[in-house]
Design a protein around this ligand. Structure first.
Ligand code: CTP
Length: 427
């Protein structure tokens, strides 16, 4: 799997290997990273050295393998390695190392280096199922996720001793994909596979006023849309963020257009459509608005109000209709007919509703979100989605950070922009 952020030439990866049977697979990870062009600095814990020797990593990476904080005191190995790394990958990560990271302990070279590193960190846990499911491990993992650490896996499978269950280290290819995704969020990785493209992203939730102080709104915070905007910029796109009541900061390099209501959002998007190669509609747009807005505050002394609603335009469906020419608009592949990505927030049978919505709205891709889960959907930092394609494709993204999910969505976009021909690229 590729996240489409190009190769890893010039990228320094600190590969932390800790003491588990899965340490042997770290050799494959080292090889994949080197093949992708990365410079890999392996750091082995004492436990890792019992499972696999430094010579293997030295041979694969062509770099000195570090194992001790006491090796080069004047050179301050931990600080130097921490500062130099563009990304840290810990593969495999034992329950003990995860606990040390969560607690900020620094009793060996790897954990000391981690405290000195400010770059993205990817952790691939591996342990017995009971250890993975222990509340202490779960709490430590949650702490790391909250800090922005990307946790990849563990997978289900055969564990040491023949046991079967959750706890098997994720596959080397998945670790590599996570490294790509981690780097995709960095502004200095621009010039990627969306270079020359213009991406419009809607984010947040619209508010439909009832009177000067009240509105009908929804729980969307804009995190998912902002993550898409951030990753798209990092991958080289010119990005316009149409932000409906979003309290989050604007990612570097993104042009923001603040809106409040569905009608304002529609105007902003339609004003940008002619220049857009891609429109990602992550905003939760109100389907209805009060038919009349009171000019003065509605007073309770006047009795219980009856609020009559009227329909808002469906912006995504409108864009979809323009594309197939049915609204007298522009056919697919021409300026003004961007690739359309919709979102669907569902609480029951998400996939069936998603397929319906995809067809009904004429989008190319639909990202289906089960908002009844507590670890995905509104206001969370993680999400788990299914990306449905009008071409029948189906990509499941298990629980991941919203930036990682954004990376997967943009992979699907990039794959389809290739088919859209040179029309837009040539403009
Ligand atoms: N959308 C839109 N304009 C609207 C409502 C929704 O552009 N008035 C877009 C959203 O931005 C999203 C997609 O349509 O990308 C699906 O939104 P959702 O609220 O799930 O769909 P609805 O058509 O409102 O369906 P439901 O009946 O489930 O509310």
């Amino acid at each position: 799997m590729s996240l489409g952020v190009g190769d890893l030439t010039g990228v320094r990866v600190l590969l932390g290997v800790t003491g588990g049977i899965a340490a042997y697979k770290a050799a494959l990870v080292a090889r994949l990273l080197v093949h992708a062009g990365a410079t890999v600095d392996p750091v082995l814990t004492a436990g890792a050295e019992r499972f696999i020797g430094p010579a293997t990593f030295e041979g694969l990476t062509g770099r000195r393998v570090r194992t001790s904080v006491w090796e080069d005191i004047p050179g301050q190995t931990h600080v130097a390695l921490g500062r130099a790394a563009d990304v840290v990958l810990i593969y495999p990560a034992t329950a003990h190392t995860i606990a040390k990271l969560a607690g900020g302990l620094a009793d060996d070279l790897l954990t000391t280096t981690l405290l000195a590193a400010t770059c993205p960190v990817v952790v691939c846990p591996a342990m017995h199922t009971e250890m993975w499911q222990h509340p202490a491990t779960a709490a430590n993992v949650a702490t790391l996720v909250e800090r922005g650490v990307r946790i990849v896996g563990p997978d289900d499978g055969t564990l040491m001793g023949g046991d079967v269950g959750a706890g098997r280290v994720s596959e080397p290819e998945d670790a590599l994909a996570a490294v790509h995704a981690a780097l995709a969020g960095r502004p200095d990785r621009a010039g990627g596979d969306l270079a020359g493209r213009t991406v419009v992203v809607t984010a947040g939730g619209t508010r439909e006023p009832l009177d000067p102080v009240r509105y009908l709104g929804n729980r969307s915070t804009g995190k998912m849309g902002v993550a898409v905007a951030k990753v798209a910029t990092a991958r080289g796109a010119t990005v316009h963020l149409v932000a409906a009541n979003v309290a989050l900061p604007t990612p570097d390099g993104v042009t923001r257009h603040d809106v409040t209501t569905a009608l304002e959002l529609r105007d902003a998007v339609l004003g940008l459509v002619d220049d857009a190669d891609v429109i990602v509609k992550a905003a939760a747009v109100a389907d209805f608005r009060p038919a009349t807005v009171s000019g003065t505050k509605i007073k309770k002394a006047d009795g219980i109000p009856t609020i009559e609603l009227t329909r808002n335009p469906d912006v995504l469906a409108e864009l979809g209709a323009r594309r197939d020419g049915s609204a007298g608009g522009t056919p697919v592949g021409q300026p003004g007919s961007p690739l359309l990505v919709g979102f669907a927030a569902e609480t029951d049978d998400p996939e069936r509703h998603g397929r319906d919505k995809l067809a009904r709205k004429g989008a190319d891709l639909l990202v289906v979100n089960d908002v009844s889960r507590t670890d995905a959907g509104f206001a969370t930092d993680t999400n788990s989605v299914i990306i449905l394609g009008a071409d029948g494709s189906r990509t499941e993204v298990p629980l991941a950070t919203k930036e990682q999910v954004a990376g997967h969505i943009l992979d699907e976009v990039v794959a389809r922009l290739g088919d859209a021909g040179p029309t837009r690229a040539a403009r």
